[in-house]
Every structure is written in structure tokens, then in C-alpha cells.
Design a protein around this ligand. Structure first.
Ligand code: ATP
Length: 308
């Protein structure tokens, strides 16, 4: 049985004068799914989210959230969504508990604040002023505020940008718990590992377009090469030399750093090692790894997400 569609986006466009920031984006998200928009800075993720939550008007296209039209049923949409934006500014002088009660007072009904404080791991900070919180604690508070009216759909715009690894993982656990409680989550990120760990499906955005959409595993499976061999050589030969090795599908060489792409790791590794022995190459830092979403982005755009 197909589950309920909570987010249905068709052909969204947004233009800022000469720049078209979002170019006909369409996707749908099912109840209880974590859907990720993954892409480099400037890809159009924030603009897409802002159009869905009613902060920007789409120039073209339609979007329905829990069956409500984002252009025509703005108040209904507000009841069913919770939003944490990159730019959420909190009242720095208020205490954690005070701001939660303040936000709760804006809605006819709200969740139990004690439970929310526990769930967002803010118990020890409940009487602290917001300005003294760490980045991770502030983000957890911003998510708590987004959840206060018990929305069906939660938007998180780059929730872990700028956080240390420990704080990122804590936030991942919180997002996964939202899913367990049946919330539908849309999050944007430029971290591949985050998208891979959290998202049931991912839409890869680049230059305003959704260039791929699938589960993380399927996106990686569609790659011609499923593994990469990485190493350094002080004076690597030309690309053609590597391309002649059995099992090697593609090669990238940057200074002394070489990557061989293959879907037959054993054949490629064996042929490379024996050919290197013949030529007395001194191989350094050899590693093999499975293809990642980063490789998917590179194979589709020719660029790395990080250098875009
Ligand atoms: P980031 O990770 O940096 O937030 P993003 O994928 O969310 O990136 P957007 O913030 O949606 O991307 O930006 C998409 C494009 O639109 C960028 O080129 C950006 O410079 C441009 N842009 C965003 N907001 C405006 C605005 N208010 N006026 C003009 N151009 C804008």
C-alpha cells in the first residue's frame, strides 16, 4: 500500500531578477519519510524550502503540504508545518524554558513542554539564557520551537552546519526520532554523510535544478563504478597508462594524488599492484573505498560538492 503523500511539489520556479534560483523543481514526500535536499551552496535548497513554508512566493508551479495549497491556504499550511531556518534568530536574553512557553502561547494547542525539553536534551539548560548556549544546543532549541504545535511536517534548513562532529551526531539522533514518531521531515544539507545517514530519499540539487532523486543506496548503485582506489605516486604516469589496467573504468589525477574508479575492485587492484611492481612505482597512502554520494555528484556535474 502506498503511504499518504504529505508534500507534493510541481514545477516550482523562483527568479531573482536575472538569476533563476529554482528551475522547475518537482518532488513528493510520503508520511514518515525523511527527504533530503542535497547540493552545494547556492544550489537553490533554501529558496525551495522558503517557497514551501510560505516565506517566498513561487513565480510558477504549485505545492501542497498535507493537502493544503501553499499559495491559497497559508493559514492551514502554518498549522501543519514546523520550520527551523538557517537564520532563526532567538531572543538571546530569554531563558530556554521561557522561550518555549512564549512560543507555546502563540498556538491554540501545544505539546507537553517538559517532554519536549527532555526529547531535545535540554534539561540541564532549561534555566539558562539562550545567549550562553552552544551552537548545538541552540539548534536543538530551534527544532524544539519548530515542534511546539506538534506539526505533521518539519523543515530543517542545514540543521548541522557549523556544528562539531559530536553535536552533529546528537542532532542526527533527534531527527531520526522525529521520523519514528511519524513526522515527515524535509531537510537541506551540503554534507553527503548526513544525507546518507538520515535520508530515506534524496533530491540532489545543482544550479536550481533537481538533477537526481532516489534513495541514497540507489543513487550510488547507478554509478558505473562502485569502488574507488586512492593513492599517491611521486610522479604518476598519464591517464592512458591507468586506463589500460584491467578493471579500471575511469581515472582522476591531481598532482601526485590518483583515484581509480572501478566496479571490479579485485581486478583493478591486482592489475595496478603488479604493473606498479614492474615499473618500480612507490605507492603511498593506498586506500580503497566504496562509492559515496560525493561520487554521484561528481559523476553528474564533473565537480565536487565542496568545491562548487
Ligand atoms: P546555501 O547552502 O548557501 O544556503 P542554497 O542551496 O540554499 O545555498 P539558495 O540560498 O536558495 O541556495 O540560493 C540560490 C541562489 O539564489 C544563489 O545564487 C543565491 O545567491 C541566490 N539568492 C538567494 N536569495 C536571493 C535574494 N533574496 N536575492 C537575489 N538572489 C538570491
Amino acid at each position: 500500500m502506498q503511504s499518504e503523500i504529505m508534500v507534493d511539489v510541481k514545477g516550482l520556479f523562483k527568479r531573482y531578477e536575472a538569476l533563476t534560483a529554482v528551475k522547475g523543481v518537482s518532488f513528493s514526500v510520503h508520511k514518515g519519510e525523511i527527504f533530503g535536499l542535497l547540493g552545494p551552496n547556492g544550489a537553490g535548497k533554501t529558496t525551495t524550502i522558503e517557497m514551501l513554508v510560505g516565506l517566498r512566493k513561487p513565480d510558477e508551479g504549485t505545492a501542497e503540504l498535507a493537502g493544503f495549497d501553499v499559495k491559497k491556504e497559508v493559514n492551514k499550511v502554518k498549522e501543519v508545518i514546523g520550520v527551523q531556518l538557517q537564520s532563526t534568530s532567538l531572543f538571546e536574553l530569554l531563558k530556554v524554558e521561557e522561550i518555549l512557553h512564549l512560543y507555546a502561547s502563540f498556538y491554540p494547542t501545544h505539546v507537553n513542554i517538559e517532554d519536549l525539553i527532555t526529547e531535545m536534551l535540554l534539561t540541564e539548560k532549561r534555566n539558562d539564557r539562550i545567549k550562553g548556549l552552544s551552537g548545538g544546543q541552540k539548534q536543538r532549541l530551534a527544532i524544539a520551537l519548530a515542534l511546539i504545535h506538534d506539526p505533521h511536517i518539519v523543515f530543517l534548513d542545514e540543521p548541522t552546519t557549523g556544528l562539531d562532529p559530536q553535536a552533529r551526531r546528537t542532532l542526527w539522533d533527534i531527527v531520526l526520532r522525529l521520523k519514528k514518531r511519524g513526522k515527515t521531515v524535509i531537510l537541506s544539507t551540503h554534507y553527503m554523510d548526513e544525507a546518507h545517514v538520515l535520508c530515506d530519499r534524496i533530491g540532489i540539487m545543482d544550479q536550481g535544478e533537481l538533477i537526481a532523486l532516489d534513495t541514497p543506496a540507489n543513487l550510488v548503485k547507478k554509478l558505473k563504478s562502485t569502488s574507488t582506489i586512492e593513492f599517491q605516486l611521486s610522479n604518476p604516469p598519464e591517464k592512458e597508462w591507468f586506463m589500460n589496467l584491467a578493471g579500471v573504468e575511469d581515472v582522476s589525477i591531481r598532482d601526485t594524488y590518483v583515484q581509480l574508479y572501478t566496479d571490479d575492485l579485485q581486478a583493478a587492484l591486482t592489475s595496478f599492484i603488479s604493473a606498479s611492481a614492474e615499473h618500480e612505482f612507490k605507492i603511498q597512502d593506498l586506500q580503497t573505498r566504496l562509492a559515496t554520494l560525493e561520487d554521484v555528484f561528481i559523476s553528474m556535474t564533473g565537480r565536487s560538492i565542496r568545491e562548487s
